[in-house]
Write a protein that binds this ligand. Sequence first.
Ligand SMILES: Nc1nc2c(ncn2[C@@H]2O[C@H](COP(=O)(O)OP(=O)(O)OP(=O)(O)O)[C@@H](O)[C@H]2O)c(=O)[nH]1
Ligand SMILES: [Mg+2]
Length: 467
Amino acid sequence: MRSDHGAVQIVSVNKEDHSFDLDTDALGRILLAPEVRDKDVVVVSVAGAFRKGKSFLLDFMLRYMHRKPGQDWLGQDNEPLTGFSWRGGSEPETTGIQLWSEVFVVRKENGSEVAVVFMDTQGAFDSQSTVKDCATIFALSTMTSSIQVSTVIYNLSQNIQEDDLQQLQVKPTQHQELQTVREHIHSCFTSISCFLLPHPGLKVATSPAFTGQLCDVAVEFKDQLRELIPNLLKPTDLAVKEINGSRVSCRGLLEYFKAYIKIYQGEDLPHPKSMLEATAEANNLAAVASAKDQYYKNMEKVCGGDLPYVAPDSLEEKHRFFLQEALHLFSSTKKMGGRVFCERYQQQLEVELKEMWENLSKHNESKNVFSAFRTPAVLFVLVCLLYVLSGVLLFIGLETFSFTCDCIVGLAMIAMLTWAFIRYSGQYREVGTAIDQAAGVILEQATEVLNKTRSQGQLAAQQKKTR
Ligand SMILES: Nc1nc2c(ncn2[C@@H]2O[C@H](COP(=O)(O)OP(=O)(O)OP(=O)(O)O)[C@@H](O)[C@H]2O)c(=O)[nH]1
Ligand SMILES: [Mg+2]
């Protein structure tokens, strides 16, 4: 296993006030990595009671994901089992929810690529956690995963007896309440299957010296692992996470996490209505994020990074086109919550796209070499003109006016030198901005005068023609 990857705590449980925290940054680092963020996500989670070998099982799944052709993926006989932290004994090990930092990209049979994420969860029913803690972890992992493995260990000494099976079976003779629970579980999952693993051997279950080496694992257990894990993780069976009939991408999953954690942060367990609202909010936010990303990527190809300056008119035309495309992507994405609810997010998208456009256009403007030298150019032209004017005024005897012109020339030259010093040193930037603004006003006035003169000239020429 590559050493730069590890388990990342994304949801932590506060032991004192039993509150939950989502580490959005850590989750973002995993799910927003450029190579996976737009791929459909498959989330494999393992949940169940504490001390049942959940992390242990996940580590074999990670081994399978790292398999190399022609090698036994289960590993070497003496290799310690690494990955999510697991251990023997009776004390709980995993807390909250952890994700494996490496997201595996798997090509499905139809050629599409999916991103596979592994999730480990805190075991339920330990003596420290409340019922709400356990229910929250379980609910979060169920709502965000697409393949959920539940580990149950039966300590069966000999034959499997009828009463062992009764716990799992649905029978018409069963009490209505028990039947309802089982039917409800069925209705929550698209498909449910069961796999029986034999006992892993006494060393696995009891030896403090056991570090996961296969030589200490019972042969039958290893044989069954060789069957179970490839079956669970074969590309054809890697079920993409779907919510409301739409496939969820890694980027979308981040939004769902953010929305779901919010509703579990209250005192009580949430009502189905608020869970539905959170789901609607999350899929609207996911649609906003995708539309923004599409707009940004498209605009980046036109004017991003080191690309040369683009004429403002043509950039604005591109902006209008990609803006419409982004808004169309948002409106054509399947969302929950109804028209009015979605309109709120459309408005949010419009505001955020406008902000992006303003930044992109400013960035483009800063690439214009001429705009960078606008101030010295304006000042230089001013100096030249005033110098000539001062000479003419002196020649015709208007000495006072000529002297005023000389003073302005002197001031303009000082401004030019100050501007150059500020640009070079990066100090007194407010003074630099003031000089830039003054040069801007002079240029504006000059352009206005020029435009007026030109239009008056054109008018005079037209009048001459008509006469
Ligand atoms: N009896 C039995 N023990 C197992 C099995 N799989 C793993 N173990 C052992 O169970 C112990 C607990 O393993 P973990 O993977 O840390 O269990 P966990 O469910 O993640 O525990 P928490 O994180 O505390 O909830 C380890 O000593 C494993 O060697 C199994 O199938 N049967
Ligand atoms: Mg664990």
